[in-house]
Unconditional design. Structure first.
Length: 560
């Protein structure tokens, strides 16, 4: 029982005299532990002991505190992972993944001519731009200069750029153009300009994590995702804004704006990645999600996001907020674009131990009839503002040849009360907290990191482990669901917490507009490591609609 509220006691017994530590942070000279302190801590966590028990616990907790003080003398940067790790696969289970049929294409065949206006060119999909580059109707250098120009022009309005990587981008583009002239073509991302959320390290440029304290910090590490996109021929033009340390759309540069309604924030910590794609400032972007940071901004900004299975993409070189929840994936104009990007960045690198060696290949030729499609029945049945739009998606999928199977998700387990993210974030950001970095953050409100991290120290270790056991129960329930379906449709926010906790992949795509003119979305959820089937269904539906072809003014107007 004593271990249950050791973290709560830590806050109860801190004193006010700071003492410098060996790594530049602060420690505190703390008052002796008393029975009264233990009683206060018990009240916080809902326990009760006798006075005699508390007297014995004082001795035990003094030993605990000595051990904690020893741990706190060790400097552990954000990149150090715990010795335990989460797998989205239950023990003893395997996932087949996917593979391309012999002779299958990496993307659908398109025939497109270069648009007359620069704005129309900027809003083409990755697959369309790839055709223009491969057929030499446009060069990578032309595209790179176009997107850099648009980033410079529109960032003062959107606040979506952390750092332009102009010199690097122009060098890359020129080299790729020489390869094109020599007949060398790396694939569909060859010469395509993109941006990354500023969680990812790129040598020579600041990696700020959206926080003022890191505004000028340059890391020598190259994130695995960036390395792989370099190899695929993609051209990095910008590091894009993100909420402070991965929370909200508010960062040291201001609030990232929604191109559809500039009075709104772009929502979620991948705000810059979503806004830049929506406004035609990059062809695609790399984003990250812990508990909604891709899905929410993709929805509000009217772009398509592919959140991969947990363990599909390496997070090496990225900010850690939660070791068991963080995921990295693409945002783009279309499902197919996202599928093409995922193929380039997926797979183990020997640096992120959570990444599984499970095949992934996008097969655009796969028919929808090959995939078992379900839908989250009780969520679809529930009255809500977006019901008509969601119902239209379900009817469209049925017209395309699917026979949607009703499924329901577990409602008897406390999904929203799981404490995983806050506790893990408190540990992941502990070095920053103890160096007083939290006091330098812009957001000091009850919804900001300082309040989250300090309160997380009052969560008992036992409760954190119990939450992980509930997580196992949720994973078992989902395994049962996916015995009958490969993919299911759901209203976007109805599945956001639970599918992040279980690690299942998700495609979120625009499906219309709300009354205020802001985009809305629908979500498709796939089985673990079943991104190929997931994209097959979502792509088939999206190609039968035109929501993804809508672009916000004035960003879509012809350039002056």
């Amino acid at each position: 029982m004593t271990a249950t509220f050791a973290d709560a006691l830590w806050n109860q017994i801190e004193a006010a005299t700071p003492v410098a530590t060996s790594h530049g942070g602060t420690a505190v000279a703390r008052a002796p532990i008393t029975r009264e302190m233990i009683a206060q801590a018990e009240a916080l966590v809902g326990l009760s002991s006798s006075d005699a028990q508390r007297a014995e616990m004082v001795k035990v907790l003094e030993n605990f505190r000595a051990a904690e003080e020893t741990l706190r003398l060790i400097s552990m940067p954000n990149s150090v992972q715990p010795a335990i790790q989460f797998s989205a696969l239950l023990p003893g289970r395997t996932a087949a993944g996917s593979s391309r049929k012999p002779g299958g294409r990496r993307h659908s065949e398109v025939t497109v001519s270069r648009p007359r206006s620069a704005a129309n060119l900027a809003f083409l999909s990755v697959v369309e731009l790839a055709h223009l580059i491969r057929t030499r109707q446009v060069t990578s250098t032309e595209l790179t200069r176009l997107y850099l120009q648009r980033l410079k022009r529109h960032d003062p309005t959107l606040h979506c750029v952390a750092t332009l990587t102009e010199a690097r981008a122009l060098r890359q583009a020129a080299a790729l153009d020489r390869e094109t002239a020599a007949g060398k073509y790396r694939g569909p991302l060859h010469g395509i300009p993109y941006g990354v959320k500023d969680i990812l390290a790129v040598p020579g440029y600041p990696t700020t994590w959206g926080a003022e304290v890191y505004r000028d910090r340059v890391l020598d590490t190259t994130a695995t995702v960036v390395q792989r996109l370099d190899a695929a021929g993609a051209v990095l033009v910008a590091k894009l804004s993100m909420g402070e340390l991965g929370l909200s759309d508010f960062w040291y540069g201001g609030t990232t704006r929604n191109p559809w309604q500039l009075s709104q924030g772009a929502s979620g910590s991948s705000s810059g990645s979503a806004a830049a794609v929506a406004a035609g400032l990059v062809a695609f972007s790399i984003a990250g999600e812990t508990m909604g940071s891709m899905v929410r901004p993709a929805t509000r900004n009217g772009v398509t996001a592919l959140r991969p299975t947990f363990g599909r993409v390496s997070r090496y070189g990225a900010l850690t907020v939660s070791w068991t929840l963080d995921k990295i994936g693409p945002m783009a104009r279309t499902v197919e674009d996202c599928a093409v990007v995922l193929e380039a960045i997926a797979g183990p690198d020997g640096r992120d131990p959570t990444v599984e060696r499970i095949p992934y290949a996008w097969n655009p030729d796969r028919p929808l009839s090959d995939v078992r499609v379900g839908y989250f029945k009780s969520a679809f049945d529930a009255p809500r503002e977006g019901k008509a739009r969601d119902d239209a998606v379900l009817r469209a999928v049925e017209r395309l040849g699917a026979r949607p199977i009703p499924i329901d998700l577990p409602t008897d387990l406390p999904v929203n009360s799981l404490l995983l993210i806050r506790v893990e974030a408190a540990a992941a950001l502990d070095e920053i907290a103890r160096m007083d970095g939290l006091s330098l953050l812009k957001d000091q409100s009850a919804d900001g990191w300082p309040a989250y991290i300090h309160s997380a120290r009052l969560v008992p270790a036992v409760d954190y482990l119990q939450a992980n056991r509930i997580r196992t129960l949720l994973m078992q329930r989902f395994e049962e669901i996916f015995r009958n379906v490969d993919v299911f449709l759901a209203p976007t926010y109805g599945v956001l917490p639970i599918t992040n906790i279980t690690g299942h992949p998700c495609v979120t795509a625009p499906n219309g507009f709300a009354m205020d003119g802001v985009p809305t979305s629908i979500s498709f959820i796939g089985r673990l490591f079943g991104e190929s089937e997931l994209c097959t269904v979502a792509n088939a539906w999206q190609r039968a609609t035109d929501f993804h072809e809508e672009h916000p003014e004035p960003f879509s107007q012809q350039e002056e």
